[in-house]
Write a protein that binds this ligand. Structure first.
Ligand SMILES: NC(=O)c1ccc[n+]([C@@H]2O[C@H](COP(=O)([O-])OP(=O)(O)OC[C@H]3O[C@@H](n4cnc5c(N)ncnc54)[C@H](O)[C@@H]3O)[C@@H](O)[C@H]2O)c1
Length: 405
């Protein structure tokens, strides 16, 4: 490779595609956009590269590029990643790698054949907060870890947006909420337990609340038609989530008040949460047993006030509690310490740091390293898919001998 910037085509110019494109502005000597594909997105007016309406056209165009960033809807990851590898591109692939384990395995075969990088969009492991947490755990100040309680709290607004009204509300259209949302958490767990094998996994979860039978009396199918008295007492009312609050507006290209009001009147995001035809779970618990007896509980929860992750490590000589803002180390002997890692940028800086790593890997790593990187990413997907099988079947899955179907 030459010494110039890594040139990448971005497939899917939605929230994630735009986040990765930002890196070209902030690090022009490292990264350059070679083209953008999206059927509906507004492309930058000053784009000095080709644009297409569809990912397939972009990959068939024979553009001079080193890499492809796949930030498409989940169901398109499999086909797009395999074609990109066949065309000889390195890939930054948003999670989930595939919607089924079979799709993940197809991507693994294609990666081995192409000898190219497939880096999964596990941005959290690149965020300074989580890098520091990993360092603290590896330092061994709480002795041997006996168990971990990890909570992925989605927040009721974000969960209503994505998993009730939005793209991930119907499991058969992509993946279940656990594979979509918590592959990040399975990845972190894989990272924290490096060298240990997950022996067993079991999982419980359901769609507890956003069901038609829980609709308040008199509720209409869309918020705009709902009686004000009903809407006033509904925390999931689209006007409260998108108009009164501003923090979820980044999901929409036009964040102006007028556009948000129109969106509530016309788009799926203005539907009553009890009338969305959704079947995605709204809470799920996963229990894992590792060799040596380490046990881990992962809890995914929609009905939380805050959107955060809280992890509690219990060790033979103390505890560590991490909540995405601070890391508290509490040894049984000696004083407690609190570390507040610097955070800067989206996903605590992970969006930027993953791009730095991607550029470096494209330029310097070897095919063997590429295969190892994807192998580790797939292992956390494998446990997530086995957890889903446990939820469907009611069985505890043996992670050493069983593969997901
Ligand atoms: N790593 C993370 O933390 C993280 C966070 C959110 C989402 N994601 C993943 O990123 C992916 C994209 O999510 P998003 O939130 O950006 O969604 P999004 O809907 O904002 O973006 C997806 C884009 O793909 C475009 N698209 C659809 N069909 C296309 C086609 N045939 N050709 C080209 N473009 C097409 C859509 O128009 C849209 O603009 C998903 O797989 C999601 O699971 C990852």
């Amino acid at each position: 490779m030459n010494n110039g910037p890594v040139r990448a085509i971005i497939l899917g110019y939605g929230i994630r595609g735009r986040a990765y494109a930002e890196y070209a502005k902030t690090h022009p000597r490292e990264f350059e956009i070679a083209g953008l594909a999206d059927p509906v997105a507004a492309f930058p007016a000053d784009a000095a590269y080709p644009t297409w309406k569809n990912w397939e056209e972009a990959l068939e165009a024979g553009v001079d590029a080193d890499a492809v960033i796949i930030s498409l809807p989940d169901r398109l990851h499999h086909k797009a990643c395999i074609l990109a590898l066949e065309k000889g591109y390195h890939v930054l692939l948003e999670k989930p790698i595939g919607c089924t384990w079979k799709e993940c395995e197809d991507i693994k075969k294609a990666q081995i054949k192409a000898k190219r990088l497939v880096l999964t969009g596990y941005v959290l492991r690149f965020a300074p907060f989580y890098k520091k947490l990993r360092e603290v755990i590896a330092y061994g100040s709480i002795g041997e870890i006996t168990s971990v309680h990890h909570l992925a709290a989605i927040s009721y607004g974000k969960a209503a947006h994505a998993y009730c009204r939005g793209n991930w509300s119907v499991e058969s259209k992509g993946t279940g909420m656990l594979v979509n949302k918590c592959t990040h958490d399975f990845d972190l767990i894989e990272w924290w337990t490096k060298g240990k094998t997950c022996k067993k996994v079991t999982s419980f979860g359901s769609l507890f609340h956003w069901r038609p039978e829980n609709a308040p009396e008199g509720a209409a199918d869309r918020c705009q038609a709902c009686p004000v008295t009903v809407r006033e007492s509904c925390p999931f009312d689209a006007y409260k989530l998108y108009y009164d609050r501003k923090d979820l507006r980044y999901h929409f290209a036009d964040e102006s008040d007028d556009a948000i009001l129109k969106m509530i009147e016309t788009s799926p995001y203005g539907r009553c949460v009890y009338a969305c035809g959704n079947d995605s779970v709204d809470h799920q618990t996963v229990l894992m047993e590792y060799d040596g007896g380490l046990t881990i509980i992962l809890e995914m929860e929609s009905y939380s006030q805050q959107r955060t992750r809280i992890t509690h490590f219990y060790g033979t000589r103390g505890e560590i509690i991490a909540d995405e803002t601070k890391i508290e180390i509490k040894p049984f002997l000696g004083d407690s310490t609190t570390i507040i890692p610097a955070q800067n940028g989206h996903h605590g800086g992970g969006d930027r740091e993953i791009m730095t790593e991607f550029v470096k890997l494209v330029k310097t790593a070897s095919p063997d390293r590429y295969t190892k990187i994807l192998g580790a990413a797939l292992e956390s997907h494998r446990i997530a898919f086995l957890a889903e099988e446990s939820r469907y079947s009611g069985k505890t899955m043996d992670c050493v001998t069983e593969m997901p179907i």
